[in-house]
Ligand binder design. Structure first.
Ligand SMILES: *Cc1c(COP(=O)(O)O)cnc(C)c1O
Length: 367
């Protein structure tokens, strides 16, 4: 008998995480591949986090602190909210799923951009909700159109800022107008996974809405600038009411012991964060220049990656780069996303890309 699966789940395409480095190297017979595919920190984890892991490993026979007390207290202090406004998750991905599970019933709607972080669609569809996808405007979230798409069936609105995969952001003034237009029984989720990389002074302080008790959830993560993607730990900052419901739904031990220890230590390693930000800023400028020199124009990015049009079959460019030992992310059509790495990695990428582009003809319509 065929399995009976919910039709919306049957239609889902599984998230494609990309191959681990050692797999790819074995397959291609190379040994020094560079991975610029998942927006990880090229400097690695904070040394303070590594020391905390070392110390924390003695206690892994015990269940984790289910309330993540020490980390929650530190985050509350950092962001000037109270502890009952923080929910820690198994990556911020988990908070996205928890929000869907907690606040959406089958058939209800979530508004999001059409080119944005894939987790929103996976979580909403997986929760039997309906995704209302609003086209980007000039590669940025079209907040006025997103506000107009809100109906009495809308439960959540996802604003990815800066947006993955485009790297673009919406401003404080745009968010202010948006928040006036959105009814205050709709939960607005600001996914700020790249918060620590943002340089633009027009970037909004969305925590102000949380402090004003609007139903807003701000998502942050230890996976990006803090360099702890493999430990799976992120968090949401929101109102005490929303936090209370999320705590009812989450698994009691969703954030593991080592992740909590490492995150707590990484949060205080300002030196590592500053070095990571500085490296990203200078290397993004040189990768941007390198792409321009190849006749490609990346979008202005506030994050740690660049998004660009290859004017060729993007899948073919991606595959040839793989053969050169350089892993990037193929988004769709002719578009690729590349993470900013260390200087030598970025040079490898640009050199490989220049060879690959020579061998692939440009699409007719983009000549
Ligand atoms: C990487 C990323 C996250 C982080 O996910 P984790 O589950 O915390 O690792 C969240 N949102 C966006 C847009 C991202 O790019």
């Amino acid at each position: 008998m065929p399995l009976r699966v919910h039709p919306s789940i049957a239609k889902l395409v599984p998230y494609s995480p990309g191959k681990p480095l050692d797999e790819l190297e074995r397959e291609l017979g190379i040994y020094d591949a560079v991975k610029l595919a998942s927006n990880e920190n090229p400097l690695g984890p904070s040394p303070k986090a590594l020391a905390a892991l070392e110390a924390g490993k003695e206690t892994v026979h015990l269940y984790p602190d289910g309330g993540a007390h020490a980390l929650t207290r530190a985050l509350a202090e950092r962001w000037k909210v109270s502890g009952n406004q923080i929910v820690v998750g198994n990556g911020s991905d988990e908070i996205i799923s928890l929000l869907v599970k907690t606040f959406m019933s089958p058939g209800e709607e979530a508004v999001m951009a059409d080119h944005t972080f894939v987790m929103y669609k996976l979580a909403v569809t997986g929760g039997h909700g309906v995704c209302v996808e609003i086209p980007l405007n000039d590669w940025r979230h079209d907040l006025p159109a997103m506000a107009r798409a809100v109906t009495d069936r809308t439960r959540l609105v996802f604003v990815c800022n800066p947006n993955n995969p485009t790297g673009t952001m919406v401003t404080r003034d745009e968010v202010r107008e948006f928040m006036v237009a959105v009814p205050d029984d709709v939960i607005v989720v600001f996914d700020e996974a790249y918060y620590e990389y943002v340089r633009d002074p027009q970037y909004p302080d969305t925590l102000d809405y949380v402090r004003a008790n609007r139903p807003v959830v701000v998502l942050r993560t230890f996976s990006k600038i803090y360099g702890l993607a493999g430990l799976r730990i992120g968090y949401g900052i929101t109102t005490p009411d929303i936090t209370g419901y999320l705590h009812r739904v989450r698994n009691p031990f969703n954030a593991n012991t080592l992740a909590q220890f490492a995150a707590r230590a990484a949060l205080d390693d300002e030196q590592h964060v500053a070095a990571s930000r500085a490296l990203n800023e200078s290397e993004m400028a040189s990768v941007g220049n390198g792409l321009h020199a190849l006749g490609l124009a990346p979008f202005p990015s506030q994050a740690n990656f660049l998004y660009f049009d290859t004017h060729r079959d993007g899948r073919a460019v991606f595959d040839r780069l793989l053969c050169e030992g350089v892993i990037v992310r193929h988004i769709s059509g002719s578009m690729l996303r590349v993470t900013i790495g260390r200087p030598e990695e970025n040079r490898r990428f640009l050199d490989a890309l220049s060879r690959v582009l020579e061998t692939l003809p440009m699409d007719k319509d983009s000549r």
